[in-house]
Ligand binder design. Structure first.
Ligand code: NAP
Length: 191
């Protein structure tokens, strides 16, 4: 499950749970991005905060884990490197790369895109009614899964935190407390 997770919210958690149930997965590994090359012009919360919020959010689910591969790898984050690292750590595992449809729609522009299809299956989680629009994907290359809880978005959570509005029940309780404790998102400019 790849994402910036800034912050992780219940939409991500429901999407992970739905994907696991639908595809019969043994484990969902949340992989917060390290330095997303495609977001160099945006404010992204330091990786260690995003990692720790992901740990807090997933702690109670024995099938959910959080990986540091993207955070600990020097340089910009590319999915081809994420999948290579995860394959080394889990030899023989059948990998599914789950992420938001808006992100997966750009997959043909990603680094070494042609190699990705042999490294994992791809799962695009969407809001109901959103149609995946990618020309040129291999047939059956991407599975689409509708998840109503993805009406929640990280952008909205950040806006609410900045405006002093509650994020209770949009993100797990521990993440509400983590955001308050560290004063995250308070100094953000309008997005
Ligand atoms: P993003 O542009 O921040 O997100 C695009 C959309 O997808 C947003 O609506 C976002 O909602 C949603 N989304 C992102 N991750 C999700 C998830 N795990 N579950 C459900 N919805 C999700 O995308 P991103 O977070 O930066 O990137 C997503 C993944 O694609 C990361 O693993 C990243 O490394 C990878 N990626 C790789 C390349 C490359 O290799 N060149 C390029 C781009 C992205 P929220 O904001 O609510 O999460």
């Amino acid at each position: 499950m790849g994402g910036t997770f800034d912050p992780i919210h219940h939409g991500h958690l429901v999407a992970a749970s739905e994907a696991a149930a639908h595809l019969g997965l043994d484990e969902v590994v949340f992989v917060p991005t390290g330095r997303p090359g495609f977001k160099q012009h945006q404010d992204v919360t330091p990786a260690e905060h995003r990692y720790l919020m992901s740990v807090v959010a997933t702690a109670s689910n024995p099938r959910f884990t959080v990986s540091r591969v993207d955070i600990d790898r020097p340089g910009l984050t590319y999915t081809v490197d994420t999948l290579r690292d995860l394959r080394e750590q889990r030899p023989g595992a059948d990998l599914y790369f789950i992420s938001g449809a808006d992100a997966i729609e750009q997959i043909l522009t990603w680094k070494d895109a042609e190699k990705l299809w042999d490294m994992a299956h791809f799962v695009a989680v969407t809001r109901p009614g959103h149609r995946l629009s990618v020309d040129g994907l291999p047939v059956g290359g991407v599975t689409t899964l509708e998840v109503p809880a993805l009406a929640i978005s990280s952008t909205d959570c950040r806006r609410r935190a900045r405006a002093g509005q509650p994020v209770w029940y949009l993100v797990p309780d521990g993440v509400v407390q983590y955001i308050a404790k560290h004063g995250l998102y308070r100094g953000l400019h309008d997005e």
